[in-house]
Design a protein around this ligand. Structure first.
Ligand SMILES: Nc1nc2c(ncn2[C@@H]2O[C@H](COP(=O)(O)OP(=O)(O)O)[C@@H](O)[C@H]2O)c(=O)[nH]1
Ligand SMILES: [Mg+2]
Length: 315
């Protein structure tokens, strides 16, 4: 890993908010072009570019790595024009970003455990994913209400079950989430259902308890799923900036995250958090949430994402 000369401090969410660009346009290309017009390929240009990347939520460390890599590539490839620099930056960002898609395996019981802190959009994303997989022909989907902490969370999942035509397995509020998962796996096996989408609680105020609870759930799944397919999917809210990065680190360390759904992508003008998470943790992105409706979830498409973040001439 190459580090720049200076170390950047991660900005607090308050500082980040102050600098938030207006509107929801995430495209950095025209802003990079004006910086280049002003300064040419100088130290001042790279410093302003770093500020721009940080404002887009790429985080201090990743920004400095990318800026440093960009300098050396520009030198090595003797790039001197604006479009060339933008193209090289996009290539560097592209190398950091990973996409994936978890197609439920046929003939097996698939369990996708949906993780994330309160309010990021887990329950909403479960409904959207249920809709998405149903549209792709996965018929028997069951939702597990393993966020047992709040009665509201169970009711919310039941409503989503009705809206999407999926069976919901739930117990009383306060019951053991592991027991809900156990029930769901056994009933899904006996009914021959193919996909379990399991909701979880995400109380971050007590990291130790969160980790213990997730470890318990993880054990129940591993002991009972047999030869089924098990994926841990983390939901991150795009508007939370580098807090989202910290959440990804905590969950990844606790249980090992297989893929990420980024929600509220429609509500931010900053598209860089995804680069930061992919580059630092190497976790692929699966879906982007672009609204509150059931159909506002799109499979993550790296090329579309890149052209929204750093468009090239003619795009
Ligand atoms: N604009 C927007 N809002 C979203 C998106 N995903 C979820 N939300 C909203 O975020 C709020 C919290 O969602 P919820 O699913 O209850 O979060 P949970 O606590 O993680 O289960 C709700 O008001 C959702 O409608 C999204 O992609 N875009
Ligand atoms: Mg919820």
């Amino acid at each position: 890993m190459i580090f720049g000369k200076k170390k950047r401090k991660e900005k607090s969410p308050r500082e980040e908010k102050k600098q938030s660009p207006p509107g929801k346009n995430k495209n950095l290309a025209s802003r990079i072009a004006s910086l280049f017009k002003k300064d040419g390929e100088t130290e001042a240009f790279y410093e302003d570019l770093e500020d721009l990347l940080i404002e887009s939520d790429m985080g201090g460390t990743v920004t400095m790595e990318i800026s440093s890599d960009l300098r050396s590539r520009v030198k090595k490839n003797k790039i001197s024009d604006q479009e060339g620099i933008i193209r090289e930056l996009r290539t560097l960002v592209a190398e950091s970003v990973k996409e994936d898609f978890f197609e439920p395996e046929e003939g097996k019981l698939n369990l996708f455990l949906i993780l994330g802190v309160n309010g990021v959009g887990k329950t909403t994303s479960i409904a959207k994913m249920a809709r998405h997989y149903k549209n792709r022909g996965v018929k028997d989907i069951v939702l597990a209400a393993a966020d047992t902490f709040r009665a509201g969370a169970i009711d919310q999942l039941k409503i989503q079950g009705e809206r999407t035509g999926c069976r919901v397995v739930a117990q009383q509020p306060g019951s053991d989430p592991g027991a809900v998962i156990f029930d769901t796996i056994s009933s899904a096996k006996s009914r021959g259902e193919k996909l379990i989408l399991a909701d979880t609680a995400g109380r971050m105020h007590n990291k130790k308890n969160l980790v213990l609870e997730l470890e318990k759930i993880d054990k129940v799944i591993k002991n009972n799923l047999g030869d089924g397919v098990y994926k841990k999917i983390l939901v991150i809210d795009a508007t939370t900036g580098q807090n989202g990065m910290q959440q990804a680190e905590i969950f990844h360390e606790a249980v090992g995250v297989d893929g990420i759904v980024m929600t509220k992508y429609d509500s931010t003008a900053r598209g860089g958090l995804l680069v930061s998470i992919c580059r630092r943790l190497g976790i692929p992105f699966l879906f982007l949430g672009r609204g509150e409706g059931l159909d506002d979830l799109t499979p993550f498409d790296k090329e579309v994402y890149l052209s929204e973040l750093i468009s090239l001439e003619g795009e």
